[in-house]
Design a protein around this ligand. Structure first.
Ligand SMILES: *Cc1c(COP(=O)(O)O)cnc(C)c1O
Length: 511
């Protein structure tokens, strides 16, 4: 072979695979990476939440449009990558990150991910992942126990809340359709159509579920909410009765335990009763708020999730597991199995499902499955029940403190506060007359303010739209946030809002 030519052929005996790494190099580079990441952790309070860079800038930084022909030195590659990540990320682990519902990640979870990746179990069947399967089962039981759900339930870890809700949706569909949906599909033999009930505040997973799984979004019956953004159960009852009379087949009611916009909790105990009376599957989307059922003083309706046929909770939210980790709990483990199990000839697992080891491939949509359970399991043990509960309680208290601080500020208008979500907007007193002109302007002003604040990097808020009004929204699922961080919010928002208002307010509006 001429020197300088690509080496496409190995000496098969002295083979050194381009992606292998001898243990000594791994040790050295591993320590180096851990050092870099520890520096990132140490620097968090002193750096902006985000660099505010634009997509083209970041793309240019990566350079090189073509896949490199030659491999790279791993040390230089890891160093460059650590710097790139450090400088151009949005840090949801920053004490002043209050956006979306994304938590600060527990460092022990990051170490768990490293271990999981080295051992690399495929948690699809017990024989492929002996200890990993048992760790996943134990993590699921502990999550159930933490929120007061029966710990002999079925369950599975998935990528997040959407998937966790999908899994429950599929279990509900299989259990409640009067025909075999798994073979016959979603339309009944006499053209019957399934109907699912959810409040207007339900997360968009319900649209994706009905769409992806063939029911179509018209299968969703959107139930109105009350003044607290929680489901109007009277309207639910009426709609179910009307649908039945019209020949539709109600099968599922979704209650939300902690809505994305305001942290509202649907009247879960009443919904449970409606489901019992009507023979419907009761699912609770607790992706965000479900874990708050661990609190001794949670909103009382939240404890109604204990009556549900299935619950979705996100360890990557209020258990602070690094992304991704969602969890589906199903009261009747068999219902989960019945919704997903196949026994193909090419899988011969010599263990019995319900006794010996569990084969997770039969409990969910994935085939090859990662060991996401490890980070969840480690976090649960580092914190313990006491620590896990205290972190959630602290987030809730900080959110209330933020709402109180906002309420004291003359230029900020408080909206609502629920669980750890507070909503408010920049609205000087003279613009709170409710006129269309003022409301239109406040909408435009707060939209712009939201964008400016996000790019500015001092705090990170997102938004909600409440009764048509665009408002700012702070969600605290962040164990690094302290009282001083939330108390800084009102003046940061007001200063930016004031400046924008000077520049934007039209001549026709009061000054
Ligand atoms: C976050 C959230 C979801 C979606 O969860 P992902 O983990 O983002 O997929 C669904 N429902 C609620 C109530 C949520 O808060």
């Amino acid at each position: 072979m001429k020197t300088g030519e690509p080496e496409l052929i190995s000496d098969l005996e002295r083979r050194v695979a381009p992606l292998d790494m001898d243990p000594e190099t791994f040790r050295r580079l591993g320590h180096r990476v851990v050092d870099r990441m520890a520096e990132v952790l140490a620097s968090l309070p002193n750096r902006p939440v985000t660099s505010g860079a634009r997509p083209t800038q970041v793309r240019q930084l990566l350079g090189g449009d073509r896949l490199p022909e030659r491999g790279a030195d791993p040390e230089a590659l890891l160093d460059r990558t650590a710097a790139l990540l450090a400088e151009h990320s949005l840090y949801n682990g920053h004490p002043r990150f209050f956006g979306y519902i994304t938590s600060s990640p527990a460092p022990i979870g990051a170490l768990g991910d490293l271990m999981a990746a080295i051992v690399n179990p495929n948690v699809s069947a017990w024989e492929l992942s002996p200890v990993a399967t048992e760790i996943e089962s134990q993590a699921i039981r502990w999550i159930a126990e933490l929120i007061g759900y029966p710990s002999d339930c079925g369950g599975i870890l998935v990528s997040g809340g959407n998937m966790a809700n999908f899994v429950a949706f599929l279990a509900a569909r299989r259990a409640k359709a009067p025909w075999d949906v798994r073979t016959g599909g979603v339309v009944g033999p006499d053209d019957e159509r399934l109907a699912a009930y959810a409040s207007k505040e339900t997360h968009t997973w319900i649209q994706k579920a009905t769409d992806l799984f063939g029911l179509g979004t018209n299968a969703i019956r959107w139930i109105p909410t009350n003044e607290r953004y929680a489901m109007d159960v009277g309207a639910l009852r009426e709609r179910i009765a009307a649908d039945r009379a019209a020949g539709a087949l109600p099968f599922l009611v979704v209650g939300t335990g902690g809505s994305v916009s305001t942290g509202a909790v649907d009247p879960l105990p009443e919904i449970a009763e409606v489901c019992r009376e009507n023979g419907l599957w009761f699912h609770v989307d607790g992706a965000y708020g479900g874990l708050a059922a661990a609190l001794p003083d949670a909103p009382p309706e939240l404890y109604g999730l204990r009556e549900a046929d299935s619950v979705a909770v996100d360890p990557h939210k209020w258990l602070y597991s690094p992304i991704e980790a969602g969890c589906t709990l199903v009261r009747d483990a068999k219902a989960l199995h019945d919704a997903f199990s196949y026994k193909p000839p090419y899988y011969f697992f010599d263990n019995d499902e319900f006794d010996a080891g569990r084969n997770y491939v039969e409990y969910g949509p994935q085939n090859t499955r990662g060991f996401r359970a490890l980070k969840v399991w480690l976090g649960l043990q580092q914190a313990g029940r006491e620590g896990a509960t205290r972190m959630i309680a602290d987030d809730v208290r900080l959110s209330r403190a933020l709402f109180a601080a906002v309420s004291r500020h003359p230029e900020l208008e408080p909206m609502v506060q629920g669980l750890s979500i507070a909503t408010f907007r920049y609205a000087p007193a003279e613009l709170r007359d409710g006129s269309k002109a003022a409301e239109d302007y406040l909408g435009a002003l707060n939209r712009e303010l939201n964008t400016r604040l996000k790019r500015g990097g001092r705090i990170f808020l997102t938004n909600a739209v409440l009764d048509g009004r665009f408002v700012l929204r702070a969600c605290i699922v962040n164990f690094r946030t302290r009282l001083s961080d939330v108390e800084a919010v009102p003046e940061i928002v007001a200063a930016e809002g004031r400046e924008l208002d000077h520049a934007m307010r039209p001549a026709g509006l009061k000054r």
